[in-house]
Design a protein around this ligand. Structure first.
Ligand code: ADP
Ligand code: ADP
Length: 251
């Protein structure tokens, strides 16, 4: 099956704003796809749908969010209306029932590392994922160290995250994502706000990862360097999908 399949995905935020309007996207295993488009096009909203952080078919206005909607008083389970899935990962629908397995397979790297670092030390932060997946403490620590080595941060293991530079925190977050061994990587503006040297280093690191990747970015150099395909999003729709030279040449 496709590594990522999105079919007719429509999403409206609770305030009524329609952020996605019938998005179709298919990513083959091992492919690296760039998601480009102006601010507000819906890129972040689409990325969040890939690991179930937002519910599918939001247009109905009553779709239950992941982890919510089960225990509403007065609403019997038999009558609860399940949102129909519009996103599949490795053939598995992104819905409430597959939530934990989906979150294990899909590694999400936020644009701002401070949105995903919460522990007193870097190594504890990176070990959080594997621990959460049921690994023993020593095993989780071994995996965390290994992943910190992969991102060239083994020396920073015992430091508090806020002592690291922005670029170092991005790499630490990536280590935390890799520690869960995802098959699909979803990256939101990975090279934004990095100085040229950190940008080159992070870009090379991403390129070296074998997973299937969907990457929202404004960095055209990055797209030309390492993306197989570009999907152009505008006002909640995919308006172009093809090879980078063609899409970026026509933009
Ligand atoms: P992009 O990542 O391409 O900049 P977003 O997915 O962040 O686009 O936003 C898509 C649309 O949804 C925009 O119109 C934005 O204002 C709106 N939006 C984003 N987040 C929220 C939210 N939490 N509540 C309401 N509207 C939102
Ligand atoms: P940047 O210019 O990338 O934001 P910083 O100036 O924040 O980087 O940090 C430069 C170096 O100093 C980094 O290697 C970082 O790990 C280290 N550093 C920053 N703040 C502290 C701190 N409070 N204690 C120890 N080391 C720090």
């Amino acid at each position: 099956p496709a590594a990522v399949l999105v079919r007719g995905l429509t999403y409206r935020y609770p305030d009524g704003r329609e952020a996605l309007r019938g998005v179709d996207l298919e990513i083959r295993p091992g492919e690296t796809v760039a998601l480009v488009g102006p601010n507000g096009a819906g890129k972040s909203t689409l990325l969040l749908h890939l690991n179930g952080l937002l519910p599918g078919r939001g247009a109905s206005g009553s779709a239950p969010g992941i982890g919510h909607g089960h225990d509403l008083p007065g609403i019997g389970k038999g009558r609860k209306r399940e949102a129909e899935p519009s996103v599949w990962i490795d053939g598995m629908p992104v819905d409430d029932r597959h939530g934990p397995e989906i979150r294990r397979r899909v590694g999400l790297l936020f644009q701002d590392p401070d949105d995903q670092m919460f522990s007193p030390t870097v190594i504890e932060d990176v070990a959080f994922g594997p621990l959460n997946l049921g690994r023993r403490k020593a095993e989780a620590k071994r995996i965390a160290l290994e992943c910190l080595e992969r991102v060239d941060l083994a020396d920073a293991s015992d430091r508090p995250p806020h002592h690291l530079s922005f670029g170092e925190r991005k790499r630490a977050c990536l280590a935390g994502v890799l520690a869960c061994e995802p098959t699909v990587l979803v990256l939101d503006e990975p090279t934004a706000n990095l100085d040229p040297r950190s940008r080159r280093k992070f870009s090379a690191l991403i390129r070296s990862l074998p997973a299937t990747k969907l990457i929202a970015t404004h960095d055209l150099e990055f797209v030309l360097e390492q993306c197989d395909r570009v999907a152009l999003l505008d006002a909640g729709r995919v308006v172009a999908d093809g090879d980078p030279e063609t899409i970026l040449g026509n933009e």
